[in-house]
Design a protein around this ligand. Structure first.
Ligand SMILES: NC(=O)c1ccc[n+]([C@@H]2O[C@H](COP(=O)([O-])OP(=O)(O)OC[C@H]3O[C@@H](n4cnc5c(N)ncnc54)[C@H](OP(=O)(O)O)[C@@H]3O)[C@@H](O)[C@H]2O)c1
Length: 389
């Protein structure tokens, strides 16, 4: 038995039969190797020329790294001001065009690409101008929109065909004004793209709150940092208050696969896979750590409002316009190839990134001990909560 197994190994190695299995066992850190050696090599994508508008912020570097790994070539277009803080080593493999979406699209003229990814389309006229300029020279336009198009979030199962508000109602004050303005800008931008490229040549991706290494906001990072410190932890909201979020790498990689598969249409990009409440979220995120912790649920909305805690992303108090903000349906995306990183992996990666040289000490200090920071106020708030109870 042992002899015939050895013989098989010798013969197989000689014929190269084992190579696919050896390569495929290279582990999670060699995804391109795994992909190249899939049986029959059937799913290796055709190399595509992809233009990325933006590309150096939060989402762009992930898309670019993944696309290069899969054999595509990348051109970026931006002003050359934003310096990428993640995937820094991939940018020397990228053609970098300089311009300004406000008033200088010269570098995009008379060039052809298979697809354009629009990450930086945060003004309606920017999107309109680039869609008009590129419609005859690019096959597919993929736009990073947002679940913000559903504001006010009044539904309980918000699907892609939900009717969106197209104009900002008059007489609004903050924060509603900013929320409406962002959603209205995104939905009208989507419509401009669909008008210029047609529904068969456009893909609209609507992510919810993105988190992950390189996040430029101080939103979701609260939880990796807070849970990593342990101790008495204030958990706002009721156990089943819905929460949604998505790892930026899942969005970026999926957008590249949507292009490869020549999809079209509108997709929510939302995790986790199944509806989740605030408490399961906190326990799931805490699985990344072994620091002792004591969770103290602060469930009364009126108390939280008085303490000015209306949101600690991904938790948003599910009232009024935000009732359905974490009730966005992800089934269409999941059925079309969206995959999701386990929460504890995302949290651990964020924690490691946050404590690396890529984040300035000043930024770390502000999150923990800034005057308005929740972490600075937490102890006192918990004391008041205990007295109230
Ligand atoms: N973060 C979230 O949770 C979230 C959720 C839903 C949707 N979104 C959407 O996701 C998209 C991606 O954001 P991102 O920051 O990750 O994108 P990104 O592509 O990674 O970065 C933004 C890019 O825009 C470029 N840019 C800014 N102003 C420009 C101008 N006038 N002309 C040309 N380029 C310009 C910046 O470079 P320069 O400064 O060098 O020009 C930078 O490369 C955004 O549209 C956002 O609305 C975000």
């Amino acid at each position: 038995m042992a002899r015939s197994r050895r013989k098989f190994l010798q013969t197989a190695l000689g014929m190269g039969i084992l190579m696919p299995f050896i390569k495929a066992s290279a582990g999670p850190f060699a995804p391109s190797a795994c992909f190249n050696y899939l049986p029959g090599n059937a799913r290796r994508p055709n190399p595509l020329k992809i233009l990325v508008l933006g590309g150096t912020g939060f989402l762009g570097p992930q898309q670019i790294a993944y696309a290069l790994e899969r054999g595509h070539s990348i051109t970026t277009f931006n002003r050359g001001r934003t310096v990428p803080t993640t995937q820094k080593d991939v940018f020397h493999k990228v053609e970098q065009l300089i311009g300004d979406r406000e008033n200088n699209l010269e570098a995009l003229k008379n060039r052809k690409w298979d697809a354009v990814i629009d990450n930086s389309g945060n003004k309606l006229n920017w999107v309109k101008d680039s869609a008009q300029l590129l419609k005859d020279n690019v096959d597919l336009y993929i736009y990073t929109s947002s679940t913000g198009v559903y504001y006010p979030y009044l539904g309980s199962d918000i699907k892609e065909n939900t009717k969106a508000v197209l104009t900002v109602p008059p007489g609004l004050k903050e924060p509603q004004l900013s929320e409406y303005s962002y959603g209205v800008m995104k939905i009208n931008s989507e419509l401009e793209i669909r008008k210029a490229f047609g529904d068969n040549r456009s893909i609209i991706v609507r992510p919810t709150y993105m988190m992950g290494p390189g996040d430029r906001t101080e939103r979701f990072i609260y939880w990796p940092v807070r849970l990593g410190r342990g101790g008495d932890i204030l958990v706002p909201g009721k156990a089943n208050d819905p929460v949604q979020y998505i790892d930026v790498r899942d969005v970026g990689n999926w957008m590249i696969r949507l292009i490869e598969e020549r999809k079209s249409g509108i997709y929510n990009a939302v995790g986790p896979a199944s509806p989740t409440g605030m408490h399961p979220f906190v326990y799931g995120a805490y699985a990344a750590f072994s620091t002792p912790a004591n969770f103290i649920p602060v469930t009364a909305y009126d108390f939280l409002k008085a303490e000015k805690i209306m949101e600690v992303i991904p938790w948003i108090m599910p009232v009024d316009e935000n009732k359905g903000s974490a009730r966005i349906n992800n089934q269409h995306g999941m059925a079309n190839g969206l995959t999701l990183t386990p929460l504890a992996d995302s949290v651990r990666d964020m924690f490691d990134w946050w404590n690396s040289d890529d984040v300035k000490q000043d930024r770390r200090d502000k999150l923990v001990s800034g005057t308005d920071a929740l972490m600075s106020r937490e102890k006192e708030i918990l004391e008041r909560w205990k007295r109230k109870r």
